[in-house]
Design a protein around this ligand. Structure first.
Ligand code: COA
Ligand code: MG
Length: 264
């Protein structure tokens, strides 16, 4: 599976930011057609994003597109514009019901078949950002099938949907974040943590990323280039952590050979 330590978003109609993101060593670039694009700019964003997929060199970065939710009436047009340009994956905003992923799967399968692309050439990610989405997690994972590579936790919209007040400690989101991690683990897919909307305080974002890593997330959404390095660092084991893990493995193997299973 692709490493997805940081997913950098930018408005899908902002070519300058897309090019900037493409030049960064970020694991994933997410061109957004949803909340970062105003209603009157949706068509332009589809065109700019599809063109970028065809012409911009993203280097090592995975090329992802976030589409509008199905209930908005915009998702079909998003997919018609984007899928022929072959993104690496689609993030479905406000995934609420298992049937959302059935519709998404059907549309992608059709385009893969028409173009003679291998099955699952285009991956999916379900953004969980309302209360019903959290409640339906197990069925969403089930219906996502082998195309579904990750669950993404949308903190701000979820807090609003729950009538919660966002706090720095994020205790109001702890249950939902944990539920996302637990379901992702059960279905052997990745869990991707909420955005840290403060992009000026790098200690805060790195601490929050580290906390997410400790909870079991494999990466985090980011909204500014400055957040990429601290977040990717938080999701990368350092030399001491690797050495410690190697030491435990060695000790375990050594003890096994000598008939010892339990050791301090
Ligand atoms: N991706 C790529 N490049 C970005 C970027 C992003 N998300 N955010 C900022 N940049 C670029 C800017 O274009 C600028 O480059 P330039 O100097 O070459 O023009 C540089 O990084 C510094 O940006 P800065 O001035 O600090 O920020 P800003 O005021 O231009 O933009 C935001 C602030 C919040 C509008 C911007 O970070 C943004 O659009 N973030 C993404 C928002 C989003 O997609 N939200 C939806 C998902 S939750
Ligand atoms: Mg949102």
């Amino acid at each position: 599976m692709h490493a997805r330590r940081a997913l950098l978003y930018m408005p899908g109609d902002d070519l300058r930011k897309i090019q900037k993101a493409a030049s960064l060593p970020v694991d994933c670039v997410v061109m957004d057609l949803e909340d970062a694009v105003s209603a009157q700019c949706k068509a332009e964003a589809r065109e700019v994003t599809a063109n970028a997929l065809r012409t911009v060199d993203f280097g090592i970065s995975e090329r992802l597109v976030r589409i509008n939710p199905f209930y908005s009436g915009l998702a079909e047009d998003d997919l018609h514009a984007i899928l022929p340009a072959k993104p690496d994956g689609i993030l479905l905003s406000k995934t609420t019901r298992p049937s959302d992923l059935v519709r998404l799967n059907d549309m992608i399968s059709q385009v893969e078949e028409t173009n003679g692309w291998a099955e699952n050439s285009i991956l999916t990610f379900a953004i969980i950002e309302n209360a019903l989405g959290v409640i339906n997690l197990a069925q969403i994972c089930q219906m996502g099938g082998s195309r579904l590579n990750g669950l993404v936790c949308g903190g701000e919209d979820l807090a609003a949907d729950m009538n919660a007040i966002r706090t720095r400690a994020a205790t109001e989101l702890f249950y939902a974040r944990s539920a996302v991690v637990l379901h992702a683990a059960a279905f052997r897919i990745q869990a991707l943590d909420m955005v840290c909307t403060d992009f000026t305080d790098m200690v805060y974002v790195e601490d929050e990323a580290r906390e997410g890593m400790q909870m079991g997330f494999s990466g985090k959404q980011v909204i500014h280039p400055n957040q990429v390095e601290p977040v990717q660092r938080a999701f990368t084991p350092d030399e001491d952590e690797i050495a410690y893990a190697m030491q435990i493995i060695q000790k375990y193997e050594h003890n096994q050979q000598n008939g010892l299973a339990a050791f301090a």
